[in-house]
Design a protein. Structure first.
Length: 270
């Protein structure tokens, strides 16, 4: 996506007036250093150029960088509030994840666990690989107008680069051993990824039933790309209130507000 963005800018320069577009090109190149994906890949200690409030908050994400425009003009944005859905014979989620993530990082926007080879998610004819999972407080998706305390996002990629994200709602209750381990070992300040505790089994963050809501949407952070098939599990998991509080101490609010449904329908597995 970045390459495409830069190529487009270079194309502008080649076909257009150099002076007029030189600033755009410089901006695009500067954007390479500042964009969240690169920042995450290169150095997460540079600090975010987008945030969840103020002048760089969600209402302004689309204006921060030309590459993030779809954040404000998109028509398939996420998250959404789910109050009506259509029962459908959705394919079951066949999850064969790796038993442990490689690294854990506080990237300045959330706590994230990364995989080299995260194992597979098969849904119907689609095969995805788990790349990472991370957390939001409070939940980003609403069901019947209600937020949950937190939401985990398991981000998968298929061979063509499309994303499939499984969302898991989290409520206060019994201790969840996997989340307790994450809360106990998460880096307290933003910085580089460090080795993850081997006891963090991502499957420990799944509820017993894998019934889900499905809709087409986007990343919920810039660049808000509309390349995500969302699978939000209907059954929440319970985690200890103290572990939610520990996360909330680092990230009191890292949830994008619900976006317009526009011309979409939400399906829900029978
Ligand atoms: Zn997320």
């Amino acid at each position: 996506m970045l390459a495409k963005h830069v190529l487009l800018k270079i194309a502008y320069v080649l076909i257009g007036d150099l002076d007029m577009h030189r600033r755009d090109l410089l901006k695009a190149l500067t954007g390479l250093a500042l964009c969240p994906l690169c920042a995450r890949a290169a150095s997460s200690s540079e600090g975010p150029h987008w945030s969840y409030e103020g002048a760089h908050g969600p209402d302004h994400w689309g204006d921060l960088d030309p590459a993030d425009r779809v954040c404000s003009v998109g028509s398939q944005q996420s998250p959404i509030a789910i109050d009506a859905s259509i029962e459908a014979r959705l394919p079951p989620l066949e999850i064969a994840w790796a038993e442990r993530p490689d690294t854990i990082v506080n990237n300045g926007h959330t706590i994230q666990l990364n995989f080299g080879d995260g194992g597979a998610l098969n849904v119907g004819s689609q095969t995805y690989k788990l790349a990472q999972f991370h957390f939001h407080h409070p939940s980003e998706h609403l069901i019947d107008d209600k937020h949950s305390a937190m939401e985990a996002h398991f981000v998968h990629r298929n061979a063509t680069g499309s994303l499939g994200v499984i969302g898991v709602l989290m409520t206060a209750g019994k201790t969840n051993p996997a989340f307790a381990k994450i809360a106990a070992t998460m880096p307290q300040t933003a910085g580089e990824p460090v080795k993850a505790d081997p006891g963090i089994d991502p499957k420990g963050l799944l509820p017993a039933k894998l019934g889900y809501y499905a809709y087409s949407g986007s990343l919920t952070t810039p660049p808000c790309s509309e390349t995500v098939e969302w699978m939000l599990l209907a059954e929440p998991i319970e985690v200890a209130a103290a572990d939610i509080a520990a996360f909330a101490k680092l990230y009191p609010m890292n949830a994008r507000p619900a976006q317009k449904l526009d011309r979409r329908f939400v399906l829900h597995s029978v």
